[in-house]
Design a protein around this ligand. Structure first.
Ligand SMILES: *Cc1c(COP(=O)(O)O)cnc(C)c1O
Length: 439
């Protein structure tokens, strides 16, 4: 498998280089130079394969021996170790639950797979790899869970003191072993700039092998295509066309869906569902992509003003003589943004109609599906539920008006002990902390 940069189509790097670097030097995004179409027989027989078998087949087709089959199998068995069940609301509406992993959000799929790949590629190295992550809350939890006890890899998480929720803090600080948490007396931006400075510091990079667990690492995108196949498999074989609705922020999840379609999954349409940060829906309506500062909303993991995967989406629809990128992309995807008020109403409606408790992000996906099905009532819709509602406990309980069950793996966090190192928001503090760890 070879990858190019969205800013340089002629570049070719190996999977190892793309995964370990995260970003090309030109600040584009890595993309596979070739996306294979899977055999029609595989798609037809999808129902006879397990989630892990499906994932292995897709990864192997994509990687093309970049990783020997036996090794890849071990990676998949470790990375894809929780289910992605489809829950039926009615004959035409289904929910794909992506929150059965350790941090209760779909980002666990990407984080676990990336951790496995980095651990694998790092085996040949003598020095441990130190991964620096700045987090405003959610990503750090998924990364910590993903890398926990990965041999040869140390993770150092920087988070802004008193600016993450109690549960989020527990998800960052209660691991121990190879996961260290630094509680920074500053903002998320301070954390991010400290991490950036570390990568530029010659002395540090001489002594330490540093990497980032960047959210746009291609290793996070690839496993997100697996569960589109897994969802498809769980619907009755015979029936109307299938449409996916994807609650979106940086559009990694939707890009992975587009890759699944390119690999042969018969998807009629993708719905780009956003909150009021509707940069991509606006692009789909007008052809103009105009990023702007993000607006805080109820579905805060989608508060993104400049969706980072947008160049990947464009590259999946290369212009032809007959058809522009925009023409093709608007055939494959339709999009709409929804307000917090609409989201709250949808959560109440989903509960009263189906007795299903949906989190605010999934509810945005529901709204887009509802709108689509006004015109296409017989198409079968799969809504991606990207997080467990208990992750947004106080909002969900306020909106629905009753208390909801909290899964054991979230509830038990409360009793675990926080282990963090407080640091001033200054790069030299981070530097001496990292240098001390070497000795
Ligand atoms: C990250 C996240 C999203 C947005 O996903 P993208 O791939 O960035 O579009 C949606 N919902 C939840 C709960 C998230 O954590």
């Amino acid at each position: 498998m070879l990858l190019y940069s969205t800013k340089n189509p002629t570049l070719r790097v190996t999977l190892k280089e793309a995964v370990m670097k995260g970003l090309p030097d030109d600040n584009g995004l890595f993309m596979p130079s070739w996306i294979p179409e899977l055999p029609a027989g595989f798609i037809k027989d999808l129902r006879s394969y397990s989630f892990q078998e499906i994932s292995l087949t897709i990864a192997d087709a994509l990687f093309q021996h970049a990783i020997p089959y036996k090794d890849l199998e071990a990676i998949i068995l470790h990375a894809v170790n929780f289910p992605a069940p489809v829950v039926r609301l009615d004959e035409y509406r289904y929910v794909l639950e992506l929150f059965h992993g350790p941090s209760l959000a779909f980002k666990d799929f990407g984080a676990r797979f990336m951790a496995q790949l980095m651990g694998y590629f790092n085996q040949e190295e003598k020095k441990p790899l130190t991964i620096l992550v700045a987090t405003s809350g959610d990503t750090g939890g998924a990364v910590a869970a993903g890398f926990f006890r990965t041999p040869g890899i140390e993770v150092v998480i920087l988070y802004p003191s008193k600016k993450v929720s109690l549960l989020q803090e527990k998800q960052l600080t209660t691991w121990g072993h190879n996961i260290a948490a630094l509680e920074i007396d500053g903002t998320f931006d301070d954390c991010q700039s400290m991490v950036k400075q570390a990568f530029l510091d010659a002395e540090l990079t001489h002594h330490l092998r540093l990497s980032s667990a960047n959210s746009i690492n291609i290793a996070r995108l690839i496993p997100q295509s697996f569960y589109y196949f897994e969802a498809f498999k769980q619907l009755p074989a015979e029936g109307e066309p299938i449409v996916f609705s994807i609650p979106s922020g940086n559009f990694g999840n939707l890009s992975a869906g587009l890759m699944a379609k390119k690999m042969g999954l018969p998807v009629q349409q993708f719905l780009a569902a956003t909150n009021t940060n509707d940069i991509v829906p606006k692009y789909l309506h007008t052809g103009i992509f105009s990023p702007r500062p993000s607006i805080p909303t109820l579905s805060n993991a989608m508060d993104v003003g400049n969706p980072s995967n947008f160049p990947r989406m464009l590259d999946l629809f290369p212009e032809t003589r007959e058809c522009s990128t925009w023409n093709m992309i608007t055939q494959a995807i339709s999009g709409k943004g929804f307000s917090d008020q609409e989201t709250e109403n949808a959560m109440r409606e989903i509960y009263s109609q189906y007795h299903y408790i949906m989190d605010p992000h999934g509810a945005v996906g529901y709204l887009a599906m509802q709108r689509y099905q006004q015109k296409q009532p017989n198409h079968r819709g799969i809504i991606l539920e990207t997080a467990h509602p208990a992750k947004f406990l106080s909002d969900v309980e306020r909106i629905l008006g009753f208390s909801i069950p909290v899964p054991e793996r979230l509830a038990s966090l409360e009793n675990r002990t926080k282990q963090s190192t407080p640091l001033k928001a200054e790069f030299r503090e981070l530097k001496s902390y990292l240098m001390d760890r070497i000795q």
